[in-house]
Design a protein around this ligand. Structure first.
Ligand code: GLN
Length: 480
């Protein structure tokens, strides 16, 4: 098996045991990227010189027996909303195409301190608004399993880069499904952490009360390793509580016997693609074999998740996007009237989806409408959260599809409303602040497209969803 097809966990063992240097591993990924990323388009910016330098430092640390962490020497990528001092951070938007941050996001600082090697910044929908990377100013990312299809989004660049073996793992963000849905489309594992588990400081925001930063990698075990390095309180992000950080890598080794997993009936009443449904059914059998009891449960308010999400998210977007005004951020035409600078910068800098959400958000927050839209949506959000609180007194976790279909063709879904329906199974977790994971469980019969299952768990129980996903993956591997 070539170096690039190994998991992060395996690579880290090889490196620690002196069987492969970080430089060798890094060069192997770089060769892969040089050969195939022209086609896939998963990167916005590549940082190969920096990567080689960082890899050499890791090798020197290994020679001195002074490795910084299990991630030391491991080549990774960052979604291009994670601010880095070394290279530009664009949010895949024209408005930030030349922006170089004066500081590192906490998540990148932590990974750097752990010895991670940076291969580059990955593509996303513009400001993470979307589910296909089709709204990126840098072009769509193609699905490595079928390049006529999307990789999903918004963390589509990260998912494709992991699936194409361009890196050992990546960091993405998930506000309504952006780690889980592309992981499902690309056959990799994406973890949406609980709100506040990982610092968002220095990560370009979309909707601040739902945004989360998390890992995407080949396996749940790899995600556990990355989460270990990035989780925890950060004095720069007041939404990170002082909860202790469990030993994820060890906790996931426990078996599942005696666990109860709920099947939310509302999630299975939707119009779901036949292959997706069949494969989710087969993962029920895997869970039962692992000693899990499956229980039918109900989340009565879940049908309001999409309408509530698409009021709250644009409202927060309209506020967050106001800083891109050509003065603080975004290059305006200098020396003209203020209004002209704003207009020119924002009109040219933002594409349609961003403008659409700003307009919807301003409307939902405006006097005369705020009660009927924004405040009403917040009440619905509370009801959805209460549904989850209640169901988690009955079961340990939930199983559902990630999205209603496998990866769709590029250009097939362009209508915004149809695109928003991609989030029907994922956005509720962000509204409630709970954690969830997308784990690959099969492939469609004819086209061989990957299908993921979603496991949702209570807030700050990442070790539980990782453990379930890890045991499913182990069982699938062993049955081959
Ligand atoms: N598809 C969702 C949206 O467009 C989720 C995006 C995300 O999680 N960043 O809002």
């Amino acid at each position: 098996m070539s170096l690039v097809s190994k998991s992060l966990f395996e690579l880290s063992e090889l490196f620690r045991d002196g069987k492969a240097s970080s430089r060798e591993i890094t060069d192997a990924f770089i060769t892969e990227i040089e050969n195939r990323d022209k086609e896939i388009n998963s990167f916005v910016t590549q940082t190969f010189d920096l990567a080689r330098e960082m890899a050499d430092s890791s090798d020197a640390r290994r020679a001195n027996d002074s490795l910084l962490s299990p991630l030391d020497g491991m080549p990774m990528t960052l979604k291009d909303v994670v601010c880095t001092k070394e290279v530009r951070t664009t949010a895949s938007s024209n408005i930030l195409k030349d922006f170089v941050s004066p500081y590192d996001a906490t998540v990148w600082k932590k990974l750097k301190d752990a010895g991670v090697v940076l291969l580059g910044k990955t593509n996303t929908d513009e400001f993470t608004m979307g589910a296909s990377t089709q709204t990126s100013a840098f072009g769509v990312t193609k699905n490595p399993h079928d390049i006529t299809r999307v990789a999903g989004g918004s963390s589509g660049g990260s998912a494709a880069a992991v699936a194409a073996h361009f890196c050992a793992g990546s960091i993405g963000t998930d506000t309504g499904g952006s780690l889980r849905q592309p992981a499902h489309f690309c056959g990799v594992t994406g973890l949406k952490v609980s709100y506040g588990r990982v610092s968002r400081w220095g990560t370009i925001p979309m909707a601040s009360s739902l945004d989360t930063v998390g890992p995407i990698a080949q396996t749940a075990q790899d995600c556990a390793m990355i989460l270990q390095a990035i989780a925890g309180q950060d004095s720069k992000d007041s939404t990170t509580p002082p909860h202790s950080v469990p030993d994820y890598v060890n906790e996931i080794k426990q078996n599942l016997s005696g666990m109860k997993i709920g099947l939310p009936k509302e999630y299975f009443e939707n119009d779901i693609n036949k292959d997706v449904l069949e494969i989710i059914q087969s993962s029920k059998a895997i869970l039962e074999d692992l000693g899990v009891t499956l229980v039918d449960v109900s989340l009565p308010h879940i049908k309001y998740a999409i309408p509530a999400y698409y009021i709250i998210v644009p409202s927060e977007i309209s506020s967050n996007m106001s800083r891109y005004d050509g003065i603080r951020f975004g290059s305006g035409k200098k020396g003209e009237a203020l209004d002209d600078i704003y207009f020119e910068t924002r009109n040219k800098g933002f594409d349609d989806e961003v403008k659409r959400r700003i307009m919807v958000g301003i409307y939902c927050l405006s006097t005369g409408h705020v009660d009927g839209y924004y405040l009403q949506a917040q009440k619905v959000r509370t009801l959805i959260k209460q549904d989850f609180d209640k169901v988690f007194t009955q079961v340990d976790a939930l199983l559902s599809p990630v999205s209603p279909t496998p990866a769709f063709r590029i250009g097939e879904v362009l209508d915004p409303i149809q695109m928003y329906l991609e989030d029907m199974f994922t956005s509720s977790a962000n509204l409630a602040g709970i954690c969830g994971i997308s784990v690959p469980v099969g492939k469609t019969e004819e086209a061989g497209l990957p299908i993921g299952a979603q496991i949702l768990g209570p807030a700050f129980k990442e070790e539980r969803v990782l453990r379930i996903a890890h045991q499913i993956q182990k069982s699938i591997r062993e049955s081959r």
